[in-house]
Design a protein around this ligand. Structure first.
Ligand code: FRU
Length: 453
């Protein structure tokens, strides 16, 4: 059996996808998530719920939001949370299919494009454990939006003091767009404007819009913006948004994650930090397991020179136990008891890092070629027959020439997260292996530290 992660949230059983309603409310961090309680595959979407005091260990709670009303009889799709007058308000997309048949919680036959989405509003008076559904927040106006693919409300309070909602949308399946609504009380919403860009795929899911370090950041999951191997990816744009004319003048774009196992990330603010959690996609369970999908370790976001950095929250440091390795040398060979560790490593010369290495030599490879400044991540020899990887098995990552490379690697049994140069680039990689060998070789002296976690 492939070991479960210790610090990455996984459901006890069945399917999860997007993080929803991330927030800090009444002394707890809340992680809601898309959850099918009936199957290890996507289907009847509820909001599952977990809470944490330290962002590192999560306690499972009962399902917070179930389908069943007039507008959400077939699903409570993704959305967000906002605290108001000491109560927790959530906004999500209710889904009602015209015709659908299910078997064991998985849609069997349906025209998956024949549904009506409604942007729903619900409120919790018991600290986020359960929600009372209210009237829909917004029945989207067909003059402005696609009838079907408009969803995933993200709501925030503006500097001016009113509330704004952004929805992901498509323009006739040709390109993605955003629709904005505004409200003064969270109950009455009016259409405000829209923005689109024809460069990124055919439709946008899970939009998030926020100000950070003097930039406006648009984080989204554009469908069809990737390639044939990974069509749906997560990205960011940074720039300046003119909310008078709904013109987003973006300067920089980037992948949220280099291997694209991550999808549908969401952020929230707490303690002055912009914290992000992303869904780590799995297409099906590991052999013999009964759950599908994981969440990233929460990351703190920042923007430097227009580039979005994401780096594990400081709370990860408090989970470091004893240091099991610290050495500066050309070669390192480390015996580790368990693949649950935090590693820091820096180098300038050609370097080969092999993790989860088996006796045969298969493993998770990170290879740096100095001349081309390419860091290659390659997990293809360590998949052990698992066919549920959603992102790239092998990826070349281009780094600035002639610069020292700093890596922080958090291995957590069946998932590895790699942060390059302070989080300017990152890669989360599902790893279906329990092999434990660590071997590093470099043509220059290289510094490596490892803590057990
Ligand atoms: C993204 C997504 C959202 C939708 C949800 C349904 O992964 O497709 O757009 O709300 O998942 O589970």
């Amino acid at each position: 059996m492939i070991k479960r992660p210790k610090y990455h949230f996984t459901p006890k059983q069945n399917w999860i996808n997007d993080p929803n309603g991330l927030c800090y409310h009444k002394g707890l961090y809340h992680l809601y998530y898309q959850y099918n309680p009936k199957s290890t595959m996507w289907g009847l979407m509820h909001w599952g719920h977990a809470v944490s005091r330290d962002l590192m260990t999560w306690e499972n709670k009962d399902i917070a939001l179930a389908l069943g009303g007039e507008y959400d009889k077939d699903g409570c799709f993704s959305g967000s949370a906002i605290e108001h007058n000491n109560e927790l308000h959530i906004f999500y997309t209710g889904v009602n299919y015209k015709e659908i048949k299910y078997k064991n919680g998985i849609p069997l036959s349906a025209n998956l494009n024949a549904f009506t989405p409604t942007e729903m509003h619900a409120v919790s008076k018991d600290g986020g454990m359960s929600f009372e559904k209210l009237e829909p927040a917004v029945i989207t106006d067909e003059r402005f939006t696609d009838k079907v693919h408009v969803r995933d409300p993200k709501v925030w309070k503006t500097k001016e003091g009113f509330y704004r909602m952004v929805l992901g949308n498509t323009e006739k399946h040709r390109h993605g767009s955003l629709v904005f609504y505004k409200s003064h009380d969270l109950y009455k919403w009016e259409y405000e404007g829209k923005w689109f860009d024809t460069s990124f795929g055919w439709g946008w899911e899970c939009p998030d819009f926020f100000e950070l370090d003097g930039y406006e950041v648009f984080m989204f999951s554009p469908m069809g913006a990737g390639d044939n191997i990974v069509p749906n990816i997560s990205m960011y744009l940074t720039g300046r948004m003119d909310f008078q004319n709904f013109d987003f003048d973006w300067e920089n774009k980037g992948l949220l994650d280099e291997c694209s196992d991550i999808y549908a990330p969401q952020t929230f603010m707490h303690d002055g930090r912009r914290i992000m959690i992303g869904w780590i996609r799995m297409l099906h369970p590991f052999d013999g397991e009964n759950y599908t999908g994981m969440m990233t370790i929460p990351r703190k976001l920042s923007v430097k020179n227009g580039r979005l950095f994401s780096y594990p929250v400081e709370e990860t440091l408090s989970k470091r136990k004893e240091k099991v390795h610290e050495k500066t040398a050309n070669e390192h060979k480390i015996n580790i008891e368990e693949n649950v560790y935090d590693m820091e490593i820096s180098f300038t010369e050609n370097t080969n890092i092999s993790l989860y290495q088996s006796e045969k030599g298969d493993g998770f490879y990170i290879n740096y070629k100095k001349d081309e400044s390419i860091l290659t991540i390659d997990r293809s020899s360590a998949l052990n027959g698992y066919t549920g990887i959603a992102g790239y098995e092998k990826k070349d990552i281009y780094l600035p020439l002639n610069k020292k490379v700093d890596l922080r690697i958090i291995a957590d049994n069946s998932i590895i997260e790699i942060f390059i140069n302070g989080g300017e680039k990152s890669a989360a990689c599902v790893m279906p292996s329990n092999e434990k060998g660590i071997e590093i070789k470099s043509s220059g002296e290289l510094k490596c530290k490892i803590w057990r976690m």
